[in-house]
Write a protein that binds this ligand. Structure first.
Ligand code: CMC
Length: 531
């Protein structure tokens, strides 16, 4: 390092000179100047770094220690593990000493700029608004493909041949029946239970019905070792989840559950299980079955979103896929993720009419409200799925009648896209903005919407599960934290603790109804306090 203390008077004086102390040889370094010849910057200290021959690397100088590190760049990423080698020499006994002994960590809450896996499944370009499954543009798949073909593509990496497609569809459709005790479990839910809660619980319960797929019983590396066992769970999960969803729907409206019809297509069978009563040869409307199939294609995968990251995370412990998928579905349920389609519809219903849109958007800008169905961590342009959904909404309206809230949605979109707040933050409609309107037009109750997102996402979760099991570099996921709590302290016995601390205000909870609170009886709590 070379400090240029005496080079600050004239232009000439401000030239930087590098001198080799051993040989005495000096070099004049170019000084940054503006177009008028004036000096652009007045450096106070200069660091000379050795130029690495590796152009795909970072040269990092630790200013605490003056040590240099070279960090290779591969696939436009740097390895966080390389930063472990960067250590300082802090004061003995300090927290920094404790931490720095382990090397530097990368702090990235909410994974905003951290890649955790190599994947060949889905490509998203958030700036241009491109989405591809295994290289195929989503627009082509939505137009020409079917959901089961897309599921095969996502899971196995290629589009199936005719025979592969026939055998894959056959396997899935003959795994649509669920154990009788699962139906009994479903019956035990409250009459107004949220269908997503029922769906998640029943998927989780499925792990107890398939001991052949339980690593605790069949061997910890069961799914890595045995491709057939892995495939069997893929068929079961793709086959049985629409049955569970249809049962949750029928439970809510007090109808007995329908037996799956394996001669129908995937979405036809789903619509049949939802709707058939006693009609013979019931066949759902083909346009609605196709619209649902397209919606399933659009929702099938979206690389490492919150729920898929959860799937990989839970799966990394090598647990069975039913437990992992119930965890992933729970992540999807949240209103910032797959629960947003339900939140969008409730929001549109609350706004009610076009004239209320400006007031609502003002409240969003004042951070009193959230505009559900807008914004995305990756897309800083129009979500390509939202474009396709907007188009097919009208095809569904042709069959089922126009959903009047579409006018509120389109008005909201138009005003938002012209508003500085949304332009500056690059907030565009995402997949959930229009999907709820189609589901509503098709007659689905609002709380079924997240379930309609979760059914097709099973394919994506399974594709990522399979890819991570086949990845030789896979390890159990275990992020790091930065501990900022108290340093070591000694336990104080209860009797010696004087003042109430402020962290928790104890409130007495009275679980009594109005009538019980005016009744007379022996109260256990009161008896307890007298002792
Ligand atoms: N309404 C109002 N402001 C928003 C919204 C929104 N929907 N989304 C983002 N912003 C603002 C946010 O307040 C922040 O502003 P500032 O920089 O001034 O603080 C800025 O935009 C950046 O947002 P962020 O919260 O840092 O972005 P994120 O990447 O952490 O969150 C998101 C992404 C999807 C959770 C968020 O945009 C959001 O909450 N959207 C509404 C919920 C929603 O529609 N979710 C469905 C996502 S698509 C389906 C799926 O795959 O899950």
């Amino acid at each position: 390092m070379y400090k240029d203390d005496e080079v600050n008077k004239t232009k000439k004086d401000k030239e930087l000179v590098l001198t080799d102390k051993t040989s005495g040889v000096s070099w004049i370094l170019p000084t940054p100047t503006k177009s008028d010849g004036k000096i652009q910057a007045q450096p106070t200290s200069v660091v000379v770094l050795p130029r690495s021959t590796n152009t795909q690397s970072l040269t990092v100088l630790d200013n605490r220690t003056n040590k240099l590190y070279e960090i290779p760049i591969t696939n436009n990423t740097i390895s966080a593990l390389k930063f472990k080698e960067i250590r300082s020499d802090p004061a003995p006994g300090s927290r920094e000493e404790d931490e720095s002994g382990k090397g530097l960590k990368v702090f990235d809450p909410a994974f905003q700029n951290t890649a955790v896996a190599y994947s060949k499944i889905t490509y998203i370009n958030g700036d241009t608004g491109a989405l591809r499954y295994r290289g195929y543009p989503i627009e082509q798949l939505a137009e020409k493909s079917t959901y089961l073909e897309v599921a095969y593509l996502l899971i196995y990496g290629e589009l199936p041949s005719k025979t592969q497609y026939a055998s894959f569809s056959h396997e899935i459709m003959r795994h649509t029946f669920v154990h009788f005790n699962v139906t009994e479990l479903m019956r035990k839910f409250n009459y107004d239970a949220h269908p997503m809660g029922m769906f998640i619980s029943c998927i989780s319960a499925m792990s107890t019905f398939h001991p052949d797929a339980n690593p605790a019983l069949a061997g910890s590396n069961l799914f890595i070792r045995d491709e057939r066992v892995r495939n069997k769970q893929i068929y079961r999960l793709l086959g049985k989840t629409p049955t569970l969803a249809a049962m949750a729907y029928r439970h809510r409206i007090g109808r007995s559950y329908n037996v799956p019809q394996n001669n129908l297509s995937y979405t036809e069978n789903f619509l049949y299980m939802l709707d058939q009563l006693s009609e013979k040869n019931y066949k759902p409307n083909p346009k609605l079955a196709r619209a649902l199939d397209i919606l399933f294609i659009l929702h099938a995968d979206h690389e490492l979103n919150c729920s898929t990251a959860a799937m990989r995370h839970i799966g990394s412990s090598l647990v069975d896929p039913y437990s992992a998928i119930s965890g992933a579905a729970a992540a999807l349920y949240g209103p910032l993720h797959g629960g947003a389609n339900e939140a969008v519809l409730r929001m549109l219903e609350e706004i009610g009419s076009l004239d209320k849109v400006p007031v609502f958007l003002q409240e969003v800008k004042e951070r009193k409200r959230k505009l559900f169905g807008f914004g995305h961590r990756i897309y800083k342009n129009y979500d390509p799925r939202a474009k396709i959904i907007r188009k097919i909404a009208y095809e569904v309206f042709d069959v089922c009648g126009r959903e009047p809230l579409i006018d509120v949605a389109m008005g909201l979109e138009k005003i938002a896209l012209e508003d500085e707040y949304f332009i500056k933050r690059k907030l565009y409609p995402n997949v959930d903005f229009y999907s709820g309107l189609i589901y509503k037009a098709m007659g689905f109750p609002t709380d079924m919407f997240p379930v309609l997102f979760a059914i097709p996402r099973i394919a994506g979760w399974l594709a990522h599960w399979k890819e991570s099991l086949e990845d030789k570099e896979s390890k159990i996921w275990r992020p790091r934290q930065v501990y900022v709590g108290p340093s070591v302290r000694s336990y104080v016995p209860l009797d010696l603790r004087e003042a109430d601390n402020k962290v928790f205000v104890a409130k007495v909870h009275h679980p009594f109804s109005k009538r019980t609170s005016v009744a007379t009886f022996d109260d256990d709590d009161k008896i307890q306090s007298k002792l």
